[in-house]
Design a protein around this ligand. Structure first.
Ligand code: NAD
Length: 356
């Protein structure tokens, strides 16, 4: 086969490697960003999105790869941060040739970047990528991977909620506490089951009403309307659907004293971390509390391969990280979201010092 994949470097200050791959034969147009490998190879998902321009794709991949560095640092996964994006319509542009070309692009980084499933890419797509490179993680258990990350993310969020209850009330029990979950998909539904089992009163909303009603029938949770989930009287608001839900309009309406959920990028802007702080709402930063999935994947790279017990033990350290950053926030008088970034930067600085 004639190789048509053209790979070019895009120099970006503060990033170790950023490469563009264009393959006219398959239609691949992709960017991989390796933000930082101080703590290990850069792991992050492969996203497919119909970006309007390469500039938009580049903005997204840079932002997301840096986020992965911070997330993995605080979670002590032994991995760095990276991300990959394919510019294209996931409805029409997917093909075997495209994912094989993507695999060759990933392989060109010799393991500096490890890819995984992400928005608009499936395990089946990643299995094709795997035919062209061994640097693919998060495959199905039957294919030697760590499988579906969602139950592990839910477990971490559940432990984080308990830690937050302990921090605010001096008692981490869920019994008699109320939690409002926005979105009961893969993570939210598993979280709801754990909370109900633990004696919490759970309110939940989901725009997929059939899914919500089915879960309510199975667990006894109380379904409520989408537009009431953020204003309901409760102890904990757990966003498990969309990003950017905490903003100037919604924060003043929150009745919860804790925000702790799985959704990524829940603050519309960084300053909203301070808006929560001003209202004395304890925020468990998204990328710290939702790290259970990446922790589970990271165990694939342990000696001897994936081991669920190791994954669970590492996820059980999420409350430790949360308590650490809540202490930093208190001592330095800053929002917990900023404290999370400081904690990540300290861990990275220690990693760099250890390597020097
Ligand atoms: P999912 O797609 O399985 O579930 C999302 C649910 O939210 C769906 O049931 C959907 O109907 C519902 N929803 C969407 N918009 C809504 C709205 N406006 N109001 C109420 N419900 C709405 O996704 P998931 O895997 O459960 O992930 C949930 C969130 O957690 C996402 O933001 C995801 O990025 C983040 N996250 C997931 C994982 C993981 O392991 N799956 C890991 C880290 C972070």
């Amino acid at each position: 086969m004639t190789e048509t994949l053209q790979i070019t470097e895009i120099p970006v200050p503060g990033y170790e490697r950023v490469i563009r791959g264009v393959d006219p034969a398959s239609g691949l147009h992709a960017i991989i960003a390796v933000h930082d490998t101080t703590l290990g190879p850069a792991l992050g998902g492969l996203r497919m999105w119909p970006y309007k321009s390469e500039e938009d794709a580049r903005f997204d991949v840079l932002r997301l790869s840096k986020g992965m560095t911070y997330k993995s640092a605080v979670a002590h996964t032994g991995l760095g941060g990276g991300k990959a994006v394919i510019i294209g319509d996931p409805e029409t542009a997917k093909s075997e040739a495209l994912y094989l070309a993507m695999g060759r692009l990933v392989d060109s980084l010799d393991g500096k970047y490890i890819t995984a499933e992400d928005v608009n890419t499936s395990l089946a797509d990643c299995a094709i990528v795997r035919r062209a490179t061994k640097y693919v993680s998060g495959l199905a258990r039957e294919d030697g991977g760590s499988g579906n990350p969602s139950p592990y993310t839910a477990y971490g969020v559940y432990l984080g909620i308990r830690a937050a209850l302990g921090h605010v009330h001096g008692d981490d029990s869920c019994k008699g506490r109320t939690v409002a979950i926005q979105g009961v998909g893969a993570v939210g539904s598993a979280l709801a089951r754990r909370l109900v089992d633990d004696g919490a009163k759970v309110f939940a909303a989901d725009r997929n009403h059939a899914r919500l009603e089915k879960l309510a029938a199975e667990t006894g949770l109380s379904p409520i309307d989408d537009d009431e989930i953020m204003t309901v009287d409760c102890d904990v608001f757990a966003p498990c659907a969309l990003g950017a839900v905490l903003n100037d309009d919604t924060i003043p309406q929150l009745k919860a004293s804790i925000v702790a959920g799985a959704a990524n990028n829940v603050l519309l802007e960084p300053r909203h971390g301070n808006s929560l702080r001003e209202r004395k709402i304890l925020y468990a930063p998204d990328y710290v509390i939702n790290a259970g999935g990446i922790i589970n994947v990271s165990v694939e790279f342990h000696e001897g391969g994936y081991d669920e017990q190791v994954a669970l033990q590492k996820i059980e350290r999420i409350p430790v990280a949360l308590k650490q950053l809540w202490t930093i926030a208190h001592e330095e008088n800053i929002p917990t979201s900023e404290a999370a970034d400081r904690l990540a930067e300290r861990i990275l600085a220690d990693g760099r010092a250890a390597k020097a």
